[in-house]
Design a protein around this ligand. Structure first.
Ligand code: NAD
Length: 481
């Protein structure tokens, strides 16, 4: 049941920041898996470009180490050697002139040229300028840029303008790896490929929607960066916003990059400003462990948790709130969207028979899949007792173990870059619209010097987040891995 692997066109992919953490953990292992599966043609080449002085063999050793550490399935010595033979390396200084002539000489004509900017955003402008000066871009070349895409609307606009100086929007691939997840695409398949859900997908039948992205880890070694951004900028403005858009958008006329992104943009523009009564911010804190120590800033009022109630002002969703929550050092690592339908308008059964509302859960991790609870009669000779049972659509169960072994988000997205398909990448106006909604909320906290509530590490967040739901006679779905 596994779909055919269609090789992409020959390419030269340059990874700026090829020796960095992201390249080592995600990009290079992902590319190896695509090679192993036959999706990368023999003519393809991957060129590491970073500050470190090393030669191609040094880079190959570095990548071999990365594959040993991060590729578990499909690790095969012969295949690894063949993959490493496709690698090259050029030491470049993004801010200076060193290495650029050598890079220009390395690039071939007649293949897709892709440049992955896996470096801090402060270098995007310099790299774009150098590529242009050295004439190693053409109208068909693509650039891939990593998050964070700006710190607010002003910086996002400036970044968009910097890239637009040398590249057309059709050449810019802004990565949000959540969009590369199998289930996220499946959300579109389920919504728009079936008659079953779409007629019910509106305020008349949906009570509310919950989007949760919880992590068990704290801020780790990223303390300094994280403290300047917090959960709102780091997670809500991008990942949760993208999930909200795909859940709430109108059916696009085609599965085509701009048709999909136009509909997502309309959702962001229809978001009402969320007042502070509908937001709960938190910071993890116990005697042994605290956010403040992790970021080494005793006076920090940045949030490591946020829960919020969001409204979309349009016909489809008027009256159906979306509840978003995300946090670090929580009980379980879970990413899921829960669509909670309304209860039937009238029950023909006796009151305590146990009937409740249907729930569709779209799980991004762990165990990517979907799950729909339906109410049925409890088997047995007793009276009419009802129970809710899950109709489990975990990929492994439905399609076999092999089909569950789907490409990681990064692999899928990089192949889309080579294929020239922007559907799963954020467009510049989408990013700006998301900041335009986020900025006033953050400015309001700053003005009021809003302080986050403390929560126990390993919990489900501050008590106040529960109250946010209880106030509306609703509850968060239990955090279950
Ligand atoms: P890193 O610090 O581990 O690596 C940075 C890379 O950039 C290195 O290869 C370094 O040699 C290169 N570099 C730095 N200055 C340079 C210069 N002047 N000229 C040429 N090369 C230079 O960073 P990372 O964690 O790999 O992150 C890269 C980008 O990806 C960042 O924008 C980050 O925000 C983003 N990102 C990273 C992760 C992650 O999990 N690491 C996740 C999401 C987004």
């Amino acid at each position: 049941m596994v779909s055919r692997v269609i090789p992409v066109d020959p390419f030269d992919l340059v990874i700026f920041g090829g020796t960095g953490d992201l390249a080592r953990r995600k990009i290079l292992p992902g590319l190896y898996r695509r090679y192993y599966d036959g999706q990368m043609p023999e003519e393809a080449r991957i060129i590491g470009a970073a500050r470190s002085e090393m030669d191609a063999d040094g880079f190959r050793d570095f990548v071999r180490g990365a594959l040993d550490e991060f590729v578990t399935k499909r690790h095969d010595k012969k295949m690894v050697d063949a993959f490493l033979a496709k690698l090259d390396y050029v030491a470049v200084d993004a801010k200076g002139t060193g290495g650029w002539d050598a890079l220009a000489k390395t690039m071939r004509d007649g293949v897709v040229k892709a440049y992955y900017f896996s470096v801090g955003p402060a270098l995007f402008g310099d790299i774009a300028d150098r590529l242009h000066e050295h004439g190693i871009t053409d109208d068909d070349a693509r650039i891939v840029v990593e998050k964070p895409f700006g710190h607010n609307l002003e910086t996002a606009r400036a970044l968009n303008a910097t890239l637009a100086a040398h590249f057309d929007e059709t050449q810019i691939y802004r990565i949000d790896h959540y969009l590369g997840k199998e289930t996220v695409q499946n959300l579109m398949a389920v919504r728009f490929g079936n008659m079953l859900f779409e007629p019910l997908w509106n305020a008349q039948y949906v009570d509310h929607i919950q989007i949760t992205v919880s992590e068990t880890v704290g801020v780790g070694g990223r303390g300094e960066y994280y403290d300047k951004s917090g959960a709102m900028r780091d997670m809500v403005q991008n990942h949760l916003m993208q999930l909200l858009c795909l859940t709430a958008m109108e059916p696009p006329s085609r599965y085509d990059p701009d048709a999909v992104r136009d509909e997502k943009l309309k959702v962001i523009r229809a978001l009402e400003t969320t007042g502070h009564d509908d937001i709960v911010r938190g910071q993890y804190k116990s005697r042994e462990e605290s956010y403040l120590e992790d970021v080494d800033n005793p006076g920090s009022i940045t949030e490591s948790f946020i829960a919020m109630k969001v409204r979309i002002a349009n016909w489809r969703w008027n009256g159906t709130p979306f509840y978003l929550r995300t946090g670090k050092r929580m009980k379980e690592r879970v990413s899921e969207i829960v669509v909670r339908f309304k209860e039937p308008p009238h029950s023909i059964f006796e009151e305590d028979t146990g009937q409740s509302a249907n729930e569709l859960t779209i799980r991004l991790q762990p165990n990517e899949g979907m799950d729909l609870t339906v109410t049925i009669k409890e088997p047995g000779p007793g009276g009419m007792r009802l129970i809710d049972v899950p109709l489990d659509m975990t990929f492994a169960e439905a399609l076999g173990e092999e089909a569950a072994d789907v490409p990681d988000a990064y692999e899928r997205l990089i192949m889309d870059v080579i294929r020239g398909n922007q559907t799963l990448f954020m467009r510049g106006d989408e990013v700006e619209a998301a900041w335009a909604w986020t900025d006033p909320i953050i400015e309001d906290w700053t003005r009021r010097e809003d302080r986050p509530y403390p929560y126990e590490p390993g919990s489900t967040g501050p008590e106040e987040a529960m109250i946010l739901m209880h106030r509306d006679r609703r509850r968060w779905r239990e955090l279950r891995a």
